[in-house]
Ligand binder design. Structure first.
Ligand code: C2E
Ligand code: MG
Ligand code: MG
Length: 930
């Protein structure tokens, strides 16, 4: 324990503490003893004396009171004195008890007992004295007892006072002894503390001073001095540790020096092998360090720069026209680029050194420059492409700032070119009127839906823009904007056209069918609606004679008038051609449909002024009711159509309600149509020939071939009944070709000079088919073309005037003759005469019928004949049934005549007979033929 400083201090502490404790304890016990003695002296002895005295006083009081009792005779007084004695006796007893209690010695206690005994005897004697005889004797006893008591009282007091004195003496002896003891103990303690301090000082302070000296030497960098060996205590260990520490520091320093040397070697190596050239120049402008690469850039031999060479000298001596050294002389440039004489590019980075010079790092950036220039040209191309894009484009970075925008974007949003500045926040762009990519709405645009995943925006300027955006890697967004206004309009138009008739803007058949289905679906109990099918009368004539533009205008006008006739809730549709249809909703009264039909007939029949022409058409209407006449759309449309057919058959310009038997008639027409389709293949057609009489020559000049259908069950069906159907179903084309071929072949059997006329339908003129048919017929029959005459009606010329005229000319080039049939029935007969040099005009039989000199017809016939003569066209009067008509025409100068008067159309076999009959009839009366 004494081996360590801490142990030594602990031992010293224990010793001094023990001495102090012993001294303290001894002093404390002595003081306690003294206190006890003092207590005995004062508290017990003095108090005991006081109580003894008090008891003695009480006894004296008792004796006095007793004595007075004996001197008084007053009973009350005697009683009072007796009571006084009793009271004093009580007090005496208590005082004596306390005095006995506090008595300190045996002798005092014995004196107290004697007191008590004497007093008791005194009291007994007193009582005896008062009661019995022998008074004198008793007085003496009483006094004797009293004296004894008083003597014992004195003894008690004296003993007690003696005890107190004894205690006081004892206490004084104790205090004196303790004082001496404490003085000796304190002296010993001071001596011991001094010894302990001295020992500690010797064992701790000197080694510590040694250690501090060593520490100062190490701190001063002296790592070589000796370190004294210490003892085994803490300071000894401290000295040993300092020795170790000194050794460690020494080895660390040696290691660091070695590392630094290695690093320097590495640095030198790196400098030499570096691709960067390094030139260090001091404050005086002298080159202090260069590496091999720098020497190569400077164009000097390795190691050839003598120390102290200035940069200026180097620059002056350099043979290189680009002179890198001179570039180094511009200290203001922190970074610069320099092109060497061999074309390489260097970047010169200069940084200041602490000594006021600088270090220049020279990097070869030739490759970088190449890439840079390539990048510039790529960017140029990109910019050109961006600016010539048909789409608007803009791009925002992750912070919502504009990074790319092209010209088209500005055009689309009517932004000035310089408004869309790069870096602009997209909210700012929106505020300018652009539509940004992130869904913000400009005040100038509104959302109108999407197209193929792109948002559509409707700009206030009416344009519709399709926007697509895409997040780009690293945040931000790229958006393209396409102006789809035209496309959308076209789409809307297409959508409209899909459901409407383009010409009139009315709903088309599919919409009409939908509406009927809707009306059927909403049919309530007891409610009904009607379907009206309308077909314009004589529309075909208008179209054929005045041309399609007028026909179209007429259809538009009709559509307008029809729409005006119905209520909002009703539907007017154009089903095709001149067919219209109406749904009359929610019919209240049975004759609602009648009222409407009547109004429509009236309104549509009123004349139209179209393109300078007065035009009139009529309308036929078929009406049926739902649900009475049908509960499906098909049925209702079919039945209204049947009623329409009936209205037409009944003379047009009227309306008919559907009745069951109408359907039957329509079926008949359909059956006819079906038969007609097979008739050609079945060889059911025949040609009848009607002669054309040449007034001047007085003989038959030719025959008109008129087709006849010999139906297996119906018998002979006239062309009036089936030509229109044949035209409608397209059969007219093969039928027409067959007629041409048959007529030509037949004509080959006739005498030379007898011509054949064949009627050609307008339908055959489509696609110029007629030219091929005619050529084939002529080739097959070898009929001279001049003997073939083609009769066309005005309707042929109406189709496509230019193409038709070309076809007519083509036919003319074949050598055939062209006649205009039924002249005067159309609208523009005269104008057509001027468009093509017809060979012949056939005056319609309606004019011939009432040909009298003063009638309109007579005048017209005369005019036409005159016109024909002046245009070099022959004229033929049709439908001559009477001799008058025959004579009249002849007299008017008509070239030819045709009619039942001359001959009815008859089979081919009748031709020779007719020719023969009319061969020399120049003067013969035609009446004979009739
Ligand atoms: P169209 O070419 O004007 O032929 C004259 C029509 O008048 C014929 O009627 C003929 O029978 C009739 N006719 C002749 N003389 C008289 C007369 O004195 N009084 C009366 N009331 N009628 C007379 P058809 O044969 O019934 O032919 C009617 C129309 O059918 C022809 O009128 C023609 O337009 C057309 N047609 C006839 N055959 C052909 C044909 O092969 N091809 C074409 N495309 N149409 C034809
Ligand atoms: Mg004819
Ligand atoms: Mg005719």
């Amino acid at each position: 324990m004494l081996g360590t400083i801490r142990g030594r201090i602990t031992v010293a502490f224990i010793i001094t503490s023990t001495i102090t404790a012993v001294l303290g304890l001894s002093a404390a016990s002595s003081i306690r003893r003294a206190d006890e003695l003092v207590t005995r002296t004062f508290d017990n002895s003095l108090m005991s004396i006081n109580y003894a005295r008090a008891a003695a006083a009480d006894f004296a009081g008792m004796r006095a009171a007793d004595a007075r009792r004996w001197t008084t005779t007053d009973v009350a007084m005697r009683n009072a004195l007796n009571q006084r004695v009793a009271a004093l006796r009580q007090s005496y007893t208590e005082s004596l008890e306390i005095a006995v209690d506090r008595a300190q010695s045996v002798r005092a206690s014995r004196a107290a007992v004697a007191v008590a005994g004497a007093v008791e005897e005194w009291l007994d004697a007193r009582l005896k004295l008062s009661d019995g005889p022998g008074q004198t004797m008793a007085w003496a006893t009483l006094d004797r007892h009293a004296v004894a008591a008083e003597e014992n009282f004195d003894l008690l007091i004296n003993y007690t006072a003696g005890d107190g004195f004894t205690y006081r003496q004892e206490a004084r002896a104790v205090v004196a002894r303790e004082t001496m003891l404490n003085l000796i103990g304190t002296f010993i303690a001071i001596l011991l503390s001094g010894t302990v301090s001295y020992a500690l000082g010797r064992r701790i302070i000197r080694p510590l001073a040694d250690a501090s000296q060593v520490a100062s030497r190490i701190a001063a960098g002296d790592l070589s001095g000796a370190i004294p060996a210490g003892s085994a205590d803490e300071v000894g260990r401290l000295l040993a540790s300092m020795g170790v520490m000194r050794d460690n520091i020494r080895s660390a320093m040696e290691q660091e020096v070695a590392q630094r040397l290695t690093a320097e070697a590495h640095l030198a190596d790196a400098l030499e092998t570096s691709k960067e050239g390094i030139v260090v120049v001091d404050a005086d402008g002298r080159v202090t360090l260069t590496n091999g690469q720098a020497e190569s850039y400077l164009g000097v031999a390795p190691g050839s720069l003598p120390p102290g060479t200035t940069v200026a000298q180097l620059a002056a001596a350099s043979p290189d026209p680009a002179n890198l050294a001179r570039a180094l002389l511009h200290p203001s440039d922190e970074h610069g680029e320099h092109r060497l004489g061999d074309g390489r590019w260097l970047r010169i980075g200069r940084s200041r050194t602490l000594d006021g010079g600088f270090m220049a790092v020279l990097s070869d950036i030739t490759l970088l420059k190449d890439q840079e220039s390539r990048l510039v040209s790529t960017n140029l191309r990109l910019d050109t492409a961006l600016d010539n894009m048909s789409h608007g484009l803009c791009m925002f970075d992750a912070d919502g700032r504009l990074t790319v925008v092209n010209r088209r974007y500005c055009e689309i949003f009517d932004l000035p070119q310089d408004a869309a500045i790069l870096g602009l926040r997209h909210e700012a762009l929106v505020a300018l009127g652009g539509v940004a990519a992130l869904g913000q709405e400009s005040a100038l645009s509104s959302e109108v839906g999407t197209i193929r995943g792109r948002d559509l925006k409707h700009l206030k300027n009416g344009r519709i823009i399709a926007i697509s955006h895409k997040a780009v890697a690293g945040g931000g967004i790229v958006a393209t904007y396409e102006d789809v206004t035209e496309r959308r309009q076209a789409e809307a138009r297409i959508a409209f056209m899909a459901r409407h008739d383009v010409l009139t803007g009315l709903p088309n058949r599919s919409v009409f069918v939908e509406r009927i289905d809707e009306a059927l679906a909403h049919l309530g109990r007891g409610s009904r609606f009607s379907v009206l099918c309308l077909d314009l009368d004589r529309f075909k004539e208008v179209n054929d004679t005045l041309g399609h533009p007028v026909g179209d205008a007429l259809l538009r006008a009709v559509a307008e008038r029809l729409s005006a006739c119905v209520r909002e809730v009703d539907t007017v549709a154009r089903l095709g051609g001149d067919e219209f249809a109406i749904i009359l909703c929610d019919i209240r009264r049975p004759d609602d449909a009648t009222i409407l039909a009547r109004r429509i007939v009236e309104v549509l029949s009123a004349p139209y002024t179209l393109d300078g022409h007065q035009v009139s058409v009529g309308v036929s209407i078929g009406i049926c009711f739902a649900p009475g006449d049908g509960t499906t759309c098909d049925k209702l449309l079919k039945n209204a159509d049947v009623a329409l057919y009936r209205a037409k058959a009944d003379g047009r310009g009227t309306w008919r309600f559907f009745e069951i038997d109408m359907d039957i008639r329509l079926q008949a027409r359909r059956a006819l149509e079906l038969d007609l389709r097979e008739a050609l293949a079945n060889g059911e057609f025949q040609l009848h020939y009607q002669p054309i009489y040449d007034f001047r020559a007085g003989r038959i000049g030719g025959f008109e071939a008129l087709v006849r259908w010999i139906h297996p069950t119906r018998g002979l069906v006239s062309p009036g009944e089936f030509i229109t159907i044949a035209e409608e179903i397209g059969l007219i084309v093969p039928l027409g070709a067959w007629c041409l071929k048959t007529a030509c072949e037949e004509a080959m059997r006739w005498p030379d000079g007898i011509k054949v006329a064949v009627n050609v339908s307008a339908v055959q003129f489509r696609d110029e088919i007629v030219v091929a048919s005619v050529r084939e017929a002529l080739t097959a029959s070898r009929l001279p073309p001049a003997r073939l005459e083609l009769e066309i009606t005005e309707s042929v010329l109406l189709k496509d005037n230019v193409a038709t005229l070309a076809t007519l000319h083509a036919l003319r080039r074949l050598g055939v003759r062209i006649a205009m049939d039924d002249f005067g029935t159309g609208y523009s007969s005269l104008s057509y005469l001027r468009s093509f040099p017809f060979d012949k005009i056939k005056i319609d039989q309606s004019f011939v019928r009432d040909i009298t000199p003063d009638s309109d017809s007579g005048l017209i016939v005369r005019a036409v004949i005159g016109l024909g003569a002046s245009l070099g066209m022959r004229t033929t009067g049709e439908g001559i049934e009477t001799q008058t008509q025959f004579d009249r025409l002849k007299a008017e100068g008509c070239d030819e005549g045709q009619g039942y008067l001359i001959a009815k159309p008859g089979p081919a076999a009748t031709v020779p007979e007719v020719i023969a009959r009319w061969s020399d009839t120049r003067s013969r009366s035609a009446r004979a033929v009739a």
